[in-house]
Design a protein around this ligand. Structure first.
Ligand code: HAM
Length: 405
């Protein structure tokens, strides 16, 4: 038996219905915030991802050459492609631009619960507003989406400014390495790297920063830092909205395009893969041929949200199953069409079995049966049966929708 590729999943109808329900709740909130949905291609030129992160990222992606020898990659995330699209199609639109998306992303990862090679992100990007209010809006939207999904989570909000201030006289490569080690929380390796770089004193400062929970505490560690006022303004907005979050100035984020505000959210009931959202502010447009533009956004790990929720209760519409003897076939199709026009879920028996067998089958998943046999053809009526109570009565076809409703 052939199997699906490692790290991918099949979704049966029941699961798809639950996913769609959560997706709809998220879309509704995004719409209320003024975000419009967009879609980018599943694959992009590899360069889109290596331009910022270097060739190293190829090992983490699904890359391939097409028949024309073009180097392509399945998208590992949404942001780069959305900013490429902004530069290609929308840079003249009035700012700020508010876009959201639900995309499948592909990463060559070691699969485990909550970590897949194909996974979905519900994301948003706010392009062209370089303000504390924009940073705050994106965090409030993220919070609103996760609340609408009813996932139990905690938010951590940070800012790269104090950390960058501490590291300001390091070379770019050393900065990147130090931040990658902090992101992985590899503190031993970090200490020896800083010793070798001749900056052992940074170690205590950086680890203290990961512990501090207020701007004043950060100031005590690294003095006044550029971007401090903007950070204060953003936190002021979040506090005025009574957002529940923890300030964490140790957040670095794995992707290396973030420039200021960063934030992450964690589901309460997941194990190792409990991060359900990651985002922050960044500048990418200038790398893709546009003007230097500030943006911020986030990606919600949609599959992790679903794992965290377990099963979602859905409001189910009743299903009507139409059963018939051979002479009732055309009438059955006619009545199914009439019921569907009234917005009622209707399926027709297709297996040419006896009425008893059809009824048994209908009782497995339908709430009502409509019977069309010899008697019904002669009388011009149909028999409607409530499959839960067993109650049944004859009625004119045009009265069916009212009776079912
Ligand atoms: P990210 O943190 O790499 O950020 O991914 C966002 C979320 O996607 C993660 O928090 C996690 O929930 C989910 N995720 C990541 N990898 C996997 C996986 N292998 N399986 C299942 N879920 C996964 C980004 O991708 C940025 N583009 C977010 C962003 C948008 N920043 C600014 N704008």
């Amino acid at each position: 038996m052939l199997q699906k590729p490692r790290g991918t999943r099949d979704f049966l109808p029941e699961e798809m219905e639950q996913r769609r329900e959560i997706e709809m709740r998220m879309r509704r909130v995004a719409t209320l915030f003024g975000y419009h949905e967009i879609l980018t291609p599943t694959f992009e030129n590899q360069e889109l991802y290596t331009i910022k992160s270097g060739e190293g990222i190829i090992g983490e992606m699904y890359t391939f050459e097409d028949k024309g020898g073009r180097k392509l990659a399945l998208r590992p995330e949404g942001t780069a492609a959305v900013l490429r699209m902004y530069v290609n199609e929308a840079k003249v639109l009035p700012k700020p631009i508010r876009w959201c998306y639900l995309l499948d992303c592909f990463r060559y990862e070691r699969p485990q619960k909550g970590r897949y090679r194909q996974f979905w992100q519900f994301g948003a990007e706010l392009i062209g507003a370089d303000t504390a209010a924009a940073d705050a809006e994106i965090i409030l939207l993220a919070d609103g989406l996760l609340r609408a999904a009813e996932v139990k989570f905690s938010l951590q909000v940070g800012h790269l400014a104090p950390m960058k201030h501490i590291l300001s006289d390091l070379a770019e490569d050393d900065k990147k390495k130090v931040m990658a080690l902090l992101d992985k929380r590899s503190f031993e390796e970090l200490e020896s790297y800083l010793n070798n770089t001749g900056k052992p004193e940074f170690y205590d400062k950086l680890t203290a920063l990961t512990e501090c929970r207020s701007i004043d505490e950060a100031k005590a560690i690294c003095g006044e830092f550029p971007g401090m006022e903007r950070m204060e303004e953003m936190l002021g907005i979040l506090d005025s909205q009574e957002l529940e979050y923890t300030l964490n100035l140790g957040i670095v984020r794995g992707l290396d395009y973030y420039t200021g505000m960063v934030f992450e959210g964690f589901a309460e009931n997941l194990g190792a893969e409990n991060q359900v959202i990651g985002g922050g502010s960044y500048r990418l447009a200038h790398l893709f041929g546009g003007e230097d533009t500030s943006s911020c956004g986030f990606g919600i790990g949609f599959d992790r949200v679903m794992v965290s929720l377990g099963s979602v209760e859905l409001e189910k519409s009743p299903l009507i199953s139409i059963l018939y003897t051979p002479e009732g076939q055309k009438r059955a199709f006619e009545i199914a069409s009439l019921l569907r026009k009234e917005g009622l879920l209707t399926e027709i028996n297709l297996l040419y079995r006896g009425i008893g067998a059809q009824m048994k089958h209908a009782a497995k998943n339908a709430q009502f049966a409509v019977l069309i046999g010899k008697n019904e053809i002669e009388s011009g009526k149909v028999t409607l049966k409530n499959l839960a109570t067993g109650e049944q009565k004859e009625c004119a076809p045009e009265d069916l929708p009212g009776k079912v409703k």
